[in-house]
Design a protein around this ligand. Structure first.
Ligand code: SAH
Length: 251
């Protein structure tokens, strides 16, 4: 399969583009492309183009764009809010969410968030690579880490927030006991109008105060992902797959 490269610069037939350092290294040393080799270049604004390597030496890698293969087209508009967990789990969340069509990745700081620092550029690079491999035209945007409270204060009202909530209401029982559990995801979201966002908590879950706040908000729809406690990365993948299948672009 011809490798696809995402490039923010304007793309048009006949343009000869010089790649930045990171992509030049990738093309030359990882993909091992030489002059005359085929590539595809894409972005959400201009679509996807046939391309050929026109220069590949120590100083620069240049790409000559050929015909447009795909015009720009609207894509899935699903957001994912997640609390940063361990680094490899965060990497997995970013990669899998991109494959599953997430348009915007929003890391949020919660009371029990363990990681308080995130390398957004690195996560952006993971998302871009996943977009290249999965045939998307867009690479999702990765936001800076913001506190949950701020994300909720600034929430755009029409967007429904599908809150993955594994807990019950009993403060003394494991996982909050059986009462007050959220309904299963598929039945809870059946009549939710787009656009949507999915919210996944940290390894330690949301605090009782955060849970109460979330459940009181009109745009929040609490959902259960079944009787087992999933790791945050598993929960993100499971919830996104179900939302795409029931309401999104898998239909
Ligand atoms: N409460 C836990 C586990 C948190 S799991 C603890 O104290 O350790 C991490 C996140 O994954 C949760 O915040 C929730 O958003 C999601 N999650 C995991 N299992 C879930 C389930 N069965 N139903 C709904 N959400 C779930």
């Amino acid at each position: 399969m011809t490798p696809r490269l995402h490039l923010d610069a304007p793309l048009e037939e006949g343009a000869n583009l010089s790649l930045g350092e990171g992509q030049a290294h990738y093309v030359r040393n990882v993909l091992r492309r030489v002059v005359g080799d085929d590539l595809k270049m894409f972005n959400a604004r201009d679509g996807e183009f046939a391309a050929v390597v026109s220069r590949a030496d120590r100083k620069a890698v240049e790409i000559l764009l050929g015909a447009r293969l795909r015009p720009p087209a609207p894509e899935s508009d699903l957001w994912l809010l997640f609390a940063p967990v361990k680094r490899d789990a965060v990497d997995r969340i970013v990669e899998k969410a991109t494959e599953l069509g997430v348009a915007r990745l929003m890391p949020i700081e919660t009371e029990r968030t363990q990681a308080h620092r995130l390398n957004i550029d690195r996560l952006g690079a993971i998302a871009t690579e996943a977009a290249e491999q999965s045939g998307r035209l867009s690479a999702p945007k990765v936001d800076e880490l913001v506190p949950l409270a701020r994300a909720l204060e600034n929430w755009p009202p029409p967007r429904r927030l599908i809150y993955c909530d594994e807990q019950g209401d009993d403060a003394l029982a494991d996982w909050g006991g059986d009462t007050g559990r959220a309904p299963p995801l598929l039945s809870a979201i059946r009549s939710l109008k787009p656009p949507h966002a999915v919210l996944i908590g940290p390894e330690g879950g949301f605090s009782p105060a955060e849970r109460a706040r979330l459940r009181a908000l009109p745009f929040v729809c609490p959902v259960s992902l079944g009787p087992r406690i999933l790791r945050a990365d598993t929960a993100a993948i499971a919830a996104l797959a179900l939302v795409q299948a029931a309401l999104g672009d898998w239909r």
